[in-house]
Write a protein that binds this ligand. Structure first.
Ligand code: NAD
Ligand code: ZN
Length: 244
Protein backbone atom coordinates (compact mmCIF):
# COMPACT_ATOMS: atom_id res chain seq x y z
CA UNK A 1 0.00 0.00 0.00
CA UNK A 2 1.13 3.52 -0.73
CA UNK A 3 2.53 5.78 1.97
CA UNK A 4 1.17 8.95 0.38
CA UNK A 5 -2.39 9.35 -0.88
CA UNK A 6 -3.17 12.32 -3.13
CA UNK A 7 -6.93 12.86 -3.50
CA UNK A 8 -8.10 15.54 -5.92
CA UNK A 9 -11.43 17.03 -6.96
CA UNK A 10 -12.83 19.48 -9.48
CA UNK A 11 -10.74 22.37 -8.07
CA UNK A 12 -7.48 20.98 -9.46
CA UNK A 13 -8.85 21.23 -13.00
CA UNK A 14 -10.40 24.69 -12.54
CA UNK A 15 -7.27 26.47 -13.76
CA UNK A 16 -7.39 24.34 -16.91
CA UNK A 17 -10.77 25.86 -17.70
CA UNK A 18 -13.11 23.09 -16.48
CA UNK A 19 -15.72 24.53 -14.09
CA UNK A 20 -16.21 23.07 -10.64
CA UNK A 21 -19.72 22.33 -9.38
CA UNK A 22 -19.65 25.27 -7.01
CA UNK A 23 -18.33 27.82 -9.54
CA UNK A 24 -21.15 26.98 -11.91
CA UNK A 25 -23.75 27.34 -9.13
CA UNK A 26 -24.83 23.71 -9.47
CA UNK A 27 -25.31 24.19 -13.20
CA UNK A 28 -22.37 22.54 -14.82
CA UNK A 29 -22.25 24.58 -18.05
CA UNK A 30 -26.00 25.30 -18.22
CA UNK A 31 -27.31 21.87 -17.22
CA UNK A 32 -29.00 21.08 -13.93
CA UNK A 33 -26.58 18.60 -12.41
CA UNK A 34 -29.27 17.25 -10.08
CA UNK A 35 -30.99 15.96 -13.25
CA UNK A 36 -28.17 14.85 -15.54
CA UNK A 37 -25.95 13.46 -12.80
CA UNK A 38 -28.66 11.51 -11.00
CA UNK A 39 -28.89 7.71 -10.90
CA UNK A 40 -32.14 7.63 -12.94
CA UNK A 41 -31.04 10.20 -15.55
CA UNK A 42 -30.53 7.60 -18.30
CA UNK A 43 -34.05 6.27 -17.79
CA UNK A 44 -35.92 9.55 -17.30
CA UNK A 45 -33.90 12.00 -19.39
CA UNK A 46 -31.90 9.87 -21.83
CA UNK A 47 -31.46 12.47 -24.60
CA UNK A 48 -30.48 15.24 -22.21
CA UNK A 49 -28.06 13.01 -20.32
CA UNK A 50 -26.31 11.76 -23.46
CA UNK A 51 -26.10 15.32 -24.81
CA UNK A 52 -24.63 16.62 -21.54
CA UNK A 53 -21.86 14.02 -21.40
CA UNK A 54 -21.18 14.29 -25.17
CA UNK A 55 -20.51 18.01 -24.65
CA UNK A 56 -18.32 17.47 -21.58
CA UNK A 57 -16.35 14.79 -23.45
CA UNK A 58 -15.90 16.96 -26.56
CA UNK A 59 -14.64 19.94 -24.55
CA UNK A 60 -11.90 17.81 -22.99
CA UNK A 61 -10.08 17.58 -26.31
CA UNK A 62 -8.85 21.17 -26.11
CA UNK A 63 -8.18 21.29 -22.34
CA UNK A 64 -4.60 21.13 -21.16
CA UNK A 65 -3.21 19.94 -17.82
CA UNK A 66 -2.02 22.74 -15.55
CA UNK A 67 1.13 22.98 -13.42
CA UNK A 68 -0.52 21.10 -10.51
CA UNK A 69 -1.39 18.07 -12.67
CA UNK A 70 2.14 18.07 -14.07
CA UNK A 71 3.91 18.23 -10.69
CA UNK A 72 1.79 15.38 -9.31
CA UNK A 73 2.33 13.27 -12.44
CA UNK A 74 6.08 13.86 -12.08
CA UNK A 75 6.04 12.82 -8.39
CA UNK A 76 4.15 9.64 -9.24
CA UNK A 77 6.65 8.83 -12.00
CA UNK A 78 9.57 9.27 -9.61
CA UNK A 79 8.17 7.60 -6.48
CA UNK A 80 6.03 4.89 -8.07
CA UNK A 81 4.13 2.75 -5.58
CA UNK A 82 4.95 4.99 -2.62
CA UNK A 83 2.28 7.37 -3.93
CA UNK A 84 -1.29 6.60 -4.92
CA UNK A 85 -3.11 9.19 -7.06
CA UNK A 86 -6.89 9.12 -6.63
CA UNK A 87 -9.27 11.61 -8.21
CA UNK A 88 -12.97 12.38 -8.17
CA UNK A 89 -12.54 14.00 -11.56
CA UNK A 90 -13.84 12.44 -14.73
CA UNK A 91 -11.51 14.44 -16.98
CA UNK A 92 -8.25 13.09 -18.41
CA UNK A 93 -5.89 15.91 -17.43
CA UNK A 94 -3.63 13.72 -15.27
CA UNK A 95 -3.33 11.32 -18.21
CA UNK A 96 -2.53 14.27 -20.50
CA UNK A 97 0.14 15.25 -17.96
CA UNK A 98 1.75 11.85 -18.51
CA UNK A 99 0.16 9.40 -16.04
CA UNK A 100 -0.64 5.93 -17.39
CA UNK A 101 -4.20 4.74 -16.76
CA UNK A 102 -2.80 2.19 -14.29
CA UNK A 103 -1.23 5.05 -12.30
CA UNK A 104 -4.49 6.74 -11.34
CA UNK A 105 -7.81 5.73 -9.79
CA UNK A 106 -10.89 7.58 -11.07
CA UNK A 107 -13.48 7.18 -8.31
CA UNK A 108 -16.39 8.63 -10.27
CA UNK A 109 -15.69 7.26 -13.73
CA UNK A 110 -14.00 8.56 -16.85
CA UNK A 111 -15.60 10.79 -19.49
CA UNK A 112 -13.85 9.23 -22.48
CA UNK A 113 -15.44 5.88 -21.67
CA UNK A 114 -18.92 4.49 -22.24
CA UNK A 115 -20.25 1.26 -20.74
CA UNK A 116 -22.79 -1.41 -21.68
CA UNK A 117 -25.95 -1.07 -19.56
CA UNK A 118 -26.54 -4.84 -19.44
CA UNK A 119 -25.43 -5.90 -15.93
CA UNK A 120 -24.20 -9.26 -17.31
CA UNK A 121 -21.99 -7.52 -19.90
CA UNK A 122 -20.89 -4.11 -18.61
CA UNK A 123 -18.09 -3.86 -21.20
CA UNK A 124 -16.27 -0.55 -21.27
CA UNK A 125 -15.21 1.26 -24.46
CA UNK A 126 -12.88 4.26 -24.84
CA UNK A 127 -14.49 6.47 -27.49
CA UNK A 128 -12.05 9.36 -27.23
CA UNK A 129 -13.81 12.70 -27.65
CA UNK A 130 -16.61 11.52 -29.92
CA UNK A 131 -20.36 11.33 -29.34
CA UNK A 132 -21.79 8.25 -27.62
CA UNK A 133 -24.27 7.45 -30.42
CA UNK A 134 -21.55 7.62 -33.07
CA UNK A 135 -19.96 4.52 -31.55
CA UNK A 136 -21.20 1.31 -33.17
CA UNK A 137 -24.62 2.83 -33.97
CA UNK A 138 -25.30 3.37 -30.25
CA UNK A 139 -25.37 -0.33 -29.25
CA UNK A 140 -22.91 -2.55 -27.41
CA UNK A 141 -20.65 -4.41 -29.93
CA UNK A 142 -20.75 -7.53 -27.74
CA UNK A 143 -24.42 -7.90 -26.82
CA UNK A 144 -26.33 -5.11 -28.62
CA UNK A 145 -27.67 -3.53 -25.39
CA UNK A 146 -27.83 0.20 -24.79
CA UNK A 147 -24.73 2.06 -23.72
CA UNK A 148 -24.25 4.78 -21.10
CA UNK A 149 -21.49 7.12 -19.96
CA UNK A 150 -19.03 5.30 -17.67
CA UNK A 151 -19.73 7.80 -14.92
CA UNK A 152 -20.92 7.18 -11.37
CA UNK A 153 -24.18 9.11 -11.04
CA UNK A 154 -25.41 10.50 -7.71
CA UNK A 155 -27.17 7.70 -5.84
CA UNK A 156 -25.21 4.92 -7.58
CA UNK A 157 -22.63 2.61 -6.03
CA UNK A 158 -19.05 3.72 -6.62
CA UNK A 159 -17.12 0.43 -6.91
CA UNK A 160 -13.75 2.13 -6.44
CA UNK A 161 -14.65 3.44 -2.96
CA UNK A 162 -13.52 0.13 -1.50
CA UNK A 163 -10.07 0.70 -2.94
CA UNK A 164 -10.09 4.27 -1.59
CA UNK A 165 -10.99 2.93 1.88
CA UNK A 166 -8.05 0.50 1.84
CA UNK A 167 -5.61 3.23 0.82
CA UNK A 168 -6.96 5.64 3.46
CA UNK A 169 -6.40 3.11 6.23
CA UNK A 170 -2.80 2.54 5.23
CA UNK A 171 -1.57 5.92 4.11
CA UNK A 172 0.71 7.99 6.31
CA UNK A 173 0.51 11.31 4.48
CA UNK A 174 -2.83 12.39 3.04
CA UNK A 175 -2.97 15.24 0.50
CA UNK A 176 -6.37 16.66 -0.46
CA UNK A 177 -6.50 19.14 -3.36
CA UNK A 178 -9.50 20.98 -4.84
CA UNK A 179 -12.49 19.25 -3.30
CA UNK A 180 -15.34 20.77 -1.28
CA UNK A 181 -15.72 17.49 0.64
CA UNK A 182 -19.45 17.31 -0.09
CA UNK A 183 -19.21 13.99 -1.92
CA UNK A 184 -16.29 12.36 -0.10
CA UNK A 185 -15.85 12.83 3.65
CA UNK A 186 -12.29 14.04 3.84
CA UNK A 187 -12.62 14.94 7.56
CA UNK A 188 -12.73 11.25 8.47
CA UNK A 189 -9.89 10.47 6.08
CA UNK A 190 -7.67 13.11 7.73
CA UNK A 191 -8.22 11.49 11.11
CA UNK A 192 -6.77 8.21 9.82
CA UNK A 193 -3.58 9.72 8.42
CA UNK A 194 -0.48 10.47 10.50
CA UNK A 195 -0.07 13.76 8.63
CA UNK A 196 -2.41 15.57 6.23
CA UNK A 197 -2.43 18.55 3.88
CA UNK A 198 -5.52 20.38 2.63
CA UNK A 199 -5.41 22.69 -0.39
CA UNK A 200 -8.53 24.46 -1.57
CA UNK A 201 -9.09 27.89 -3.02
CA UNK A 202 -11.30 28.78 -0.06
CA UNK A 203 -12.76 27.12 3.08
CA UNK A 204 -15.66 24.72 2.57
CA UNK A 205 -18.57 24.26 4.99
CA UNK A 206 -18.19 20.47 4.59
CA UNK A 207 -14.56 20.41 5.72
CA UNK A 208 -13.26 20.97 9.25
CA UNK A 209 -9.73 22.12 8.51
CA UNK A 210 -8.70 21.64 12.15
CA UNK A 211 -8.32 17.92 11.29
CA UNK A 212 -5.50 18.73 8.84
CA UNK A 213 -1.85 19.25 9.80
CA UNK A 214 -1.34 21.87 7.08
CA UNK A 215 -3.95 24.02 5.33
CA UNK A 216 -3.27 25.98 2.13
CA UNK A 217 -6.10 28.20 0.90
CA UNK A 218 -4.81 29.22 -2.51
CA UNK A 219 -4.90 28.06 -6.11
CA UNK A 220 -3.59 24.54 -6.67
CA UNK A 221 -0.94 25.79 -9.11
CA UNK A 222 0.36 28.14 -6.38
CA UNK A 223 0.27 25.52 -3.60
CA UNK A 224 1.65 22.51 -5.45
CA UNK A 225 5.39 23.27 -5.08
CA UNK A 226 5.06 23.44 -1.28
CA UNK A 227 3.00 20.24 -1.35
CA UNK A 228 5.56 18.46 -3.54
CA UNK A 229 8.43 19.51 -1.26
CA UNK A 230 6.63 18.07 1.74
CA UNK A 231 5.89 14.78 -0.05
CA UNK A 232 9.51 14.50 -1.22
CA UNK A 233 11.06 15.12 2.18
CA UNK A 234 8.55 12.77 3.83
CA UNK A 235 9.26 9.91 1.41
CA UNK A 236 13.00 10.55 1.26
CA UNK A 237 13.29 10.38 5.05
CA UNK A 238 11.25 7.16 5.27
CA UNK A 239 13.18 5.54 2.44
CA UNK A 240 16.58 6.50 3.88
CA UNK A 241 15.56 5.03 7.26
CA UNK A 242 14.71 1.77 5.50
CA UNK A 243 18.22 1.57 4.05
CA UNK A 244 19.87 1.84 7.50
P1 NAD B 1 -16.65 20.89 -5.90
O1 NAD B 1 -17.02 21.64 -7.15
O2 NAD B 1 -17.71 20.51 -4.96
O3 NAD B 1 -15.58 21.78 -5.09
C1 NAD B 1 -14.48 22.35 -5.70
C2 NAD B 1 -13.45 22.74 -4.65
O4 NAD B 1 -12.28 23.17 -5.33
C3 NAD B 1 -13.87 23.91 -3.74
O5 NAD B 1 -13.60 23.54 -2.40
C4 NAD B 1 -12.98 25.08 -4.16
O6 NAD B 1 -12.54 25.89 -3.08
C5 NAD B 1 -11.79 24.36 -4.76
N1 NAD B 1 -11.12 25.12 -5.84
C6 NAD B 1 -11.67 25.87 -6.83
N2 NAD B 1 -10.70 26.36 -7.63
C7 NAD B 1 -9.52 25.90 -7.13
C8 NAD B 1 -8.16 26.04 -7.50
N3 NAD B 1 -7.80 26.76 -8.57
N4 NAD B 1 -7.23 25.43 -6.75
C9 NAD B 1 -7.55 24.69 -5.65
N5 NAD B 1 -8.82 24.53 -5.25
C10 NAD B 1 -9.78 25.11 -5.98
O7 NAD B 1 -15.77 19.67 -6.38
P2 NAD B 1 -15.67 18.13 -5.87
O8 NAD B 1 -15.51 18.13 -4.39
O9 NAD B 1 -14.63 17.49 -6.70
O10 NAD B 1 -17.09 17.49 -6.15
C11 NAD B 1 -17.66 17.63 -7.41
C12 NAD B 1 -18.07 16.33 -8.08
O11 NAD B 1 -18.33 16.67 -9.44
C13 NAD B 1 -17.00 15.28 -8.12
O12 NAD B 1 -17.61 14.07 -7.84
C14 NAD B 1 -16.47 15.28 -9.56
O13 NAD B 1 -16.44 13.97 -10.07
C15 NAD B 1 -17.51 16.03 -10.37
N6 NAD B 1 -16.90 17.07 -11.25
C16 NAD B 1 -15.79 16.76 -11.98
C17 NAD B 1 -15.17 17.71 -12.76
C18 NAD B 1 -13.93 17.31 -13.56
O14 NAD B 1 -13.78 16.12 -13.89
N7 NAD B 1 -13.00 18.22 -13.85
C19 NAD B 1 -15.67 19.02 -12.80
C20 NAD B 1 -16.83 19.33 -12.05
C21 NAD B 1 -17.44 18.33 -11.27
ZN1 ZN C 1 -22.94 -5.45 -23.77
Amino acid sequence: MAKVLILSGAGISAESGISTFRDSGGLWEEYDVSVVCNYDSMQKHEELTIEFYDKRRAELESKEPNYAHKVIADLKRRYGRDIVVITQNVDNLFEKAGLKSSDIIHLHGFLREIRCQDPYCEQIFDIGYTKQREFNGGGCPSCGSKLRPNIVFFGEQAPKYEELGRHVQDCELLVVIGTSGNVIGVNTMAQFATRSILNNYEPSSAINDAYFSKVLYKKATEAVDEIAEEIESFLDSINSLKKL
